[in-house]
Design a protein around this ligand. Structure first.
Ligand code: GLN
Length: 251
């Protein structure tokens, strides 16, 4: 049994945008530090084991994410793991599925309710580079580096008081556009610049990339949370190609 087990949740339905790479990045950054790590893919219809060290959910098409939400709610394993404080990363459709509800296939679909967020429709699809400054909310308090990724979504996610944004948008759309935010008069500014969400042990984002390849500090934060240590307890890794990718994308 490896020292670190990474749950890759529903790669068959939430693997459309290359986000499976997040699990690969976690495994590789662990192995480079001499920590044995393995990825456990959990496919549609299979139970999600509750005792893995970290869970990754990626993006997907509308119909696929409905199947994902229905399965994960019926199974309950991921919800219990998150309640127990195990770190969970959700990307795009993964973010939406972890929220209270989302709009897909012309109807409102229940999510797992692990994030106080509802997803409605954007005026037009948000596609392109997105960058943000971390809010350092909750378990992301140790993040200091700007976040970078690629967004491609029609969902507009509004955060309730229980969730904090992962970052404040400096480029791109993020969770929602001005029109969607304007519906929420009380905290339109908070919504307008919000990217992603942090609540309890869940970190969610609209950033593809994969996000952990583009943001090694976020990858190490998840790794540290998975291992129950502080971020600075992890030995730094010098990977020139990752630095180059980051520089190029942030530019
Ligand atoms: N289907 C969702 C949307 O368009 C999520 C897309 C994605 O995961 N990239 O909002």
């Amino acid at each position: 049994m490896a020292e670190l087990t990474i749950g890759l949740v529903l790669p068959d339905v939430l693997g459309t945008y290359g986000d499976d790479g997040n699990a690969l990045v976690l495994r590789q950054r662990a192995r480079m530090r001499g920590i044995t790590a393995e990825i456990l893919p959990v496919r549609l219809g299979e139970a999600v084991p509750e005792s893995l060290d970290v869970y990754c959910l990626g993006g997907g098409e509308d119909t696929a994410q409905i199947l994902a939400a229905e399965h994960l709610i019926a199974d309950g394993g991921l919800t219990r793991a998150a309640w127990a404080g195990r770190p969970v990363l959700g990307v795009c459709a993964g973010l939406q599925v972890l929220g209270e509800s989302f709009r897909a296939g012309g109807r409102i679909v229940d999510g797992l309710g692990l994030i106080d967020a509802t997803t409605i429709g954007l005026q037009s699809r948000a596609i392109g580079e997105v960058a943000s400054t971390p809010t350092r909310a909750g378990i992301t308090a140790e993040l200091t580096e700007p976040l970078t990724g690629f967004e491609n979504h029609l969902g507009a996610t509004l955060l309730g008081p229980g969730a904090e944004p992962l970052g404040r948008v400096t480029r791109g759309t993020g969770n929602c556009d001005v029109a969607a935010a304007a519906d929420d008069v009380d905290d339109g500014t908070r919504q307008r610049f919000a990217e992603g969400a942090v609540q309890g042990s869940v970190i969610a984002t609209y950033m593809h990339g994969p996000v952990l390849a583009r943001n090694p500090q976020l990858a190490d934060l998840l790794l540290a949370r998975a291992m129950g240590v502080e971020l600075d307890a992890l030995e730094p890794l010098e990977i020139a190609v990752v630095d180059r990718l980051r520089l190029e994308r942030l530019r």
